[in-house]
Design a protein around this ligand. Structure first.
Ligand SMILES: [Fe+2]
Ligand SMILES: [Fe+2]
Length: 269
């Protein structure tokens, strides 16, 4: 953990009020879509470069499929129908065949943000006074514990790859800057839905908290500088980030285990 959890100061949604239900439905709909895309980490199992990675993606696919079903149960319990996902969520959860970007953007940063929303927003703002919430929070706690594992994997792999390919630092930093620009747009879309709400009044503070946490995370992983550089340097890093992202869109998913399995199993030097 890079920071203390954000404190919503007891602000909660009212699950009987139609306007609040719409807000909760909006958050849960993004979560449901994210979990559906999480399931296609099965594609990463095909491209796994080590037995450790294969083991992780096998486990993750099973967990994400379970999360998808848990969120569906939450929708049913609250008698809500899911909405289509917001474009930012679609963009940030798109699969990337280029492994270094996948582990950094999807697991370390992306699932890190997902965890912030599940652990800090949902677990704090669903009202304990509602009899349905205890069971929902139990489910969410299971999901959070598993998302922590996914973030930890992304961080471990990001650090390994940065040690192997230090040139990735600059584009990774640029992508962090881009993500910090794009991600708050979804909070804005959310905040615009009901002004003056006690939970929504906390949204700007929460966004600032997430940005600060991501910045510390990126410093700990070794690709964000100690001091945020000036605009020109940020722009240059973002251009590198975009170039790497564009290049990643042409990466193909190729199988690797059949080339390394003997070494991985300890049969070859
Ligand atoms: Fe998940
Ligand atoms: Fe996950």
């Amino acid at each position: 953990m890079d920071a203390e959890p954000y404190d919503f100061k007891g602000a909660t949604f009212d699950l009987a009020a139609p306007a609040d239900r719409e807000l909760v439905r909006f958050i849960l709909s993004q979560a449901l879509y994210g979990e559906a895309t999480g399931v296609y980490c099965g594609k990463s199992l095909y491209a796994a470069g080590s037995l450790e990675a294969a083991r992780f993606y096998l486990r993750q696919a099973r967990q994400e499929l379970n999360h998808l079903e848990l969120f569906a149960e939450i929708f049913r319990k609250l008698e809500m129908d899911p909405l289509p996902a917001h474009w930012v969520v679609r963009l940030l959860s798109a699969h990337n065949n280029y492994y270094p970007l996948k582990v950094m953007m999807e697991h370390a940063l992306g699932e890190g943000m997902v965890l912030d929303i599940f652990r800090e927003v949902l677990l704090q703002t669903l009202p304990d006074s509602d009899p349905r919430v205890a069971d929902i929070k139990k489910k969410l706690t299971v999901v959070c514990r598993e998302e922590e594992e996914h973030v930890a994997w992304g961080e471990k792999e990001t650090m390994r790859l940065l040690a192997e390919k230090p040139w990735l630092k600059k584009p990774f930093y640029g992508l962090l800057e881009l993500q910090l620009t794009v991600a708050p747009m979804i909070a804005q879309a959310f905040a615009d839905r009901a002004q003056g709400h006690t939970v929504l009044a906390q949204v700007p503070g929460f966004v600032a908290h997430v940005r600060a946490r991501m910045w510390k995370q990126a410093q700990r992983l070794g690709f964000a500088p100690a001091e945020r550089p000036g605009f020109a340097a940020r722009l240059w890093a973002m251009a590198w980030g975009v170039a790497l992202f564009v290049r990643s869109q042409f990466a193909r998913s190729t199988s690797k285990l059949e080339h390394v399995y003997l070494k991985e199993l300890g049969f070859a030097p």
